[in-house]
Design a protein around this ligand. Structure first.
Ligand SMILES: O=C(O)C1=C[C@@H](OP(=O)(O)O)[C@@H](O)[C@H](O)C1
Ligand SMILES: C=C(OP(=O)(O)O)C(=O)O
Length: 429
């Protein structure tokens, strides 16, 4: 087992230019592939999740050209101006990338051809049933190859039928995102009704904002009803800049809040389309000092106090609050995060187990964690469960008196291959 030992650090300070947002990168790749015209995607993230998407698009016949300019990855995508059409059946391996599996399942359901969508073992445990039900109601023909409701999938491309659909958004917003992104290709405008207790709402806003940049304006009839116009597809905006990843920003901002001095992340800011910038507001509520710019966020240390936070809107950055809680006075309760259980690992169980190794007292509920920090954070060897965010959020224990050891640090490649190099740059003895 490869482990990374982080010796105890005294101070966090410096600037970090963030890698591109995974959520924006995979949406932008797919929208560009389907749009009419060529799109130049700036600040592309180069990580496992975006590589799965890129590779799949190439297999589906999309022309992608890569260039690195001053360290920035730029990808030019020759849009098809239609859905996919493959004469031979294609097997797409999508790793554990939810943002590739869900949107591609929807796009391929109404493309021509037969497709197998497969991935890592964990992907076979992550539900997709509510999306497949909605697609099927619109005419799709999709078979589950192993277990009902889960990938791998066998998709026989079909034409759309009908102009209205309901979709359950209580397990993942990605189902709604996936459905919305394919619907402009329907022959008629589609009335979409969202059912269930909705989760991760800012990601739906991100989808709508990005569809708009590609020429499709979805009408909001109410909080739960949308009308997606039948535009025949998307128009390339020419160039699209992928913002710095706001979830990745959370590790650096939390480091400053815990250890001081001042850390600035660049590439995202108060005008961001990403919901995870709200992480900085949670740090502020805990006592950190936050300064917002249009393209940066800066945090200075404050006296951190725990509290009760409903973090349903920012499930990814919420994991960073769980490790920050070890450095706060009093208990922290992270509420309304049931779908942590459906992600790279069962994050509620994994988080509770690993936090306890530090001496913290942790209560794990069905959809919450209550964390009481220990008097002194103990040295621990942290298991990471092939979950990039477990590896990255526990790096904060470098600011504990005895440091930390992180198992399999390379799993951070899912969204941030250079994370530990960048983290080392803001750590000071
Ligand atoms: O749409 C997206 O880009 C994402 C939505 C969220 O998933 P859920 O909607 O399943 O919570 C988030 O956790 C994931 O990392 C990215
Ligand atoms: C939940 C995550 O990934 P995915 O896009 O695979 O759902 C994540 O990045 O934390």
């Amino acid at each position: 087992m490869n482990t990374l030992k982080l010796d105890p650090q005294r101070l966090a300070s410096g600037k970090v230019r963030l890698p591109g947002s995974k959520s924006m990168a995979n949406r932008a790749l797919l929208l560009s592939a389907l749009a009419s015209g060529t799109t130049r995607l700036r600040n592309m993230l180069d990580s496992d999740d975006t590589r799965y998407m890129r590779k799949a698009l190439i297999q589906l016949g999309v022309g992608l050209r890569e260039q690195t300019l001053d360290g920035e990855l730029v990808i030019e995508v020759d849009g098809l101006g239609r859905l996919f059409q493959c004469s031979e059946s294609q097997q797409l391996h999508l790793g554990n990338a939810g943002t590739a599996m869900r949107p591609l399942a929807a796009a391929l359901a109404f493309s021509q051809g037969d497709y197998v969508l497969t991935g890592d073992k964990r992907m076979f445990e992550r539900p997709i049933g509510p999306l497949i039900e909605a697609l099927t109601a619109m005419g799709a023909d999709i078979e589950y190859q192993q277990n009902e409701g889960y990938p791998p999938l066998l998709v026989h491309g079909q034409a759309f039928s009908g102009g209205s659909v309901c979709i359950d958004g209580s397990l993942s917003s990605q189902f709604i995102t996936a459905l919305l992104m394919v619907l402009p290709f329907n022959q008629v405008a589609t009335h979409v009704t969202l059912t269930g207790e909705l989760v991760s709402l800012p990601y739906i806003e991100l989808t709508l904002a990005m569809m708009e940049r590609f020429g499709v304006v979805v009408e909001r009839i109410s909080d739960r009803e949308f009308m997606v116009p039948a535009t025949g597809g998307y128009q390339s905006p020419g160039e699209f800049l992928i913002e710095g990843d706001a979830s990745s920003a959370s590790y650096f901002l939390a480091a400053a809040a815990i250890a001081g001095g001042t850390v600035r992340v660049e590439g995202t800011g108060q005008k961001s389309l990403q919901g995870d910038i709200a992480f900085a507001s949670v740090l502020q509520q805990m006592g950190a000092k936050v300064t917002w710019g249009d393209d940066f966020i800066e945090v200075e240390r404050g006296r951190l106090e725990g509290g009760q936070f409903d973090l349903n809107a920012i499930p990814d950055a919420a994991m960073t609050i769980a490790t920050t809680a070890l450095f706060a006075a009093g208990a922290t309760e992270i509420r309304n995060v049931y779908n942590w259980r459906l992600k790279e690992t069962d994050r509620l169980a994994a988080m509770a187990t690993e936090l306890r190794k530090t001496g913290a007292e942790v209560e794990e509920g069905e959809d919450y964690l209550r964390i009481v920090p220990p008097a002194t954070i103990k040295h621990a060897q942290i298991a990471t469960y092939d979950d990039h965010r477990m590896a990255m959020c526990f790096a904060l224990l470098a600011f504990a008196p005895a440091g930390v050891e992180i198992e399999d640090p390379a799993c951070c490649a899912k969204t941030y291959p250079d994370f530990f190099q960048d983290f080392a740059k803001i750590c000071h003895l």
